[in-house]
Design a protein around this ligand. Structure first.
Ligand SMILES: Nc1ncnc2c1ncn2[C@@H]1O[C@H](COP(=O)(O)OP(=O)(O)OP(=O)(O)O)[C@@H](O)[C@H]1O
Ligand SMILES: [Mg+2]
Length: 244
């Protein structure tokens, strides 16, 4: 039989977060919530996980979803997985689907219109860039996993403190049974050798501190809106009062 897939070599934090998530009680978790630095290998890990899910559980017609904030982002994952799968596959560019193995269907969807996500039975799902999606997308995805009891990986950058993704992470971190929480920072990726330290230094110099902390260290900004943070604003006010 043709070799169709080889799992990329993942570093231990990736394996724990994406392939072997445990809840606070030490039981395998159906939901894994991952706050990750940009370029820490979130997408690559989820690609491997979803393909393996499709191979393990895939029967003709069973659906395995990749959900992204907009169709352009879903298309990038579609292209990456399509190129990564070397063996027999049936690709439909219009529907953004790839059928593999015994007919399991990997489907790449946009979360822009959450109502369009209802209706299917889904056997496993990735929500990529979850902090950039509406909460209704999570409700819809959750409904598609009901009949199958399918697992889900919910991944993204930190973006403020108000999003459903941020709150879901806090709930998982707080010990919700069946939910697992993971944080992967840029330093984890640097230590694993998949992200260059120079690039991290450059980003630190180029970006406002609050943006850098969110994107590379998964530290939420004070208000989620002002890139300079509340501390910076309070300094400005102090200066203004002094000037008057
Ligand atoms: N375990 C690994 N071994 C080798 N390369 C890796 C590994 N993990 C990630 N990479 C590489 O790091 C780069 C970034 O990976 P990926 O796109 O998955 O990151 P991301 O966290 O999804 O980034 P983004 O912020 O763009 O969403 C890719 O070139 C990928 O191949
Ligand atoms: Mg990504």
């Amino acid at each position: 039989m043709a070799k169709v897939y080889r799992r990329p070599k993942l570093y231990p934090k990736q394996t724990a977060a994406f392939f072997e998530p445990l809840d606070a009680q030490g039981n395998p978790a159906r939901y894994s919530w991952i706050e990750g630095s940009t370029k820490s290998g979130k997408t690559v890990s989820c690609m491997a996980w979803l393909v393996e899910q499709a191979m393990l559980k895939g029967k003709a017609g069973r659906q395995f979803w990749w959900v992204a904030p907009v169709s352009g982002t879903a298309k990038i994952a579609f292209g990456r997985i399509k190129r990564g799968l070397k063996g027999k596959k049936i690709v439909n560019h219009t529907d953004m689907t790839i059928a593999i193995g015994k007919g399991a269907v990997l489907r790449f969807k946009s979360a822009e219109k959450p109502d369009n996500l209802y209706g299917e039975d889904v056997w496993a799902c990735v929500m990529d860039e979850a902090s950039r999606m509406r909460q209704e997308a999570f409700y819809a995805v959750r409904s598609t996993l009901t009949a199958t009891r399918g697992p889900v990986r919910i991944i993204g950058n930190v973006k403020g403190r108000k999003s459903w993704f941020f709150l879901g992470c806090r709930k998982a971190e707080g010990g919700e049974p069946n939910h697992s929480y993971h944080k992967i920072t840029a330093l984890d990726a640097v230590n694993a050798g998949v992200f260059p330290m120079e690039e991290l230094d450059d980003a630190k110099a180029a970006l406002p501190e609050a943006v850098f902390n969110e994107l590379y260290f998964c530290i939420a900004s004070d208000d989620g809106g002002n890139p300079f943070g509340l501390k910076y604003i309070s300094t400005l006010k102090a200066v203004a009062v002094y000037d008057i």
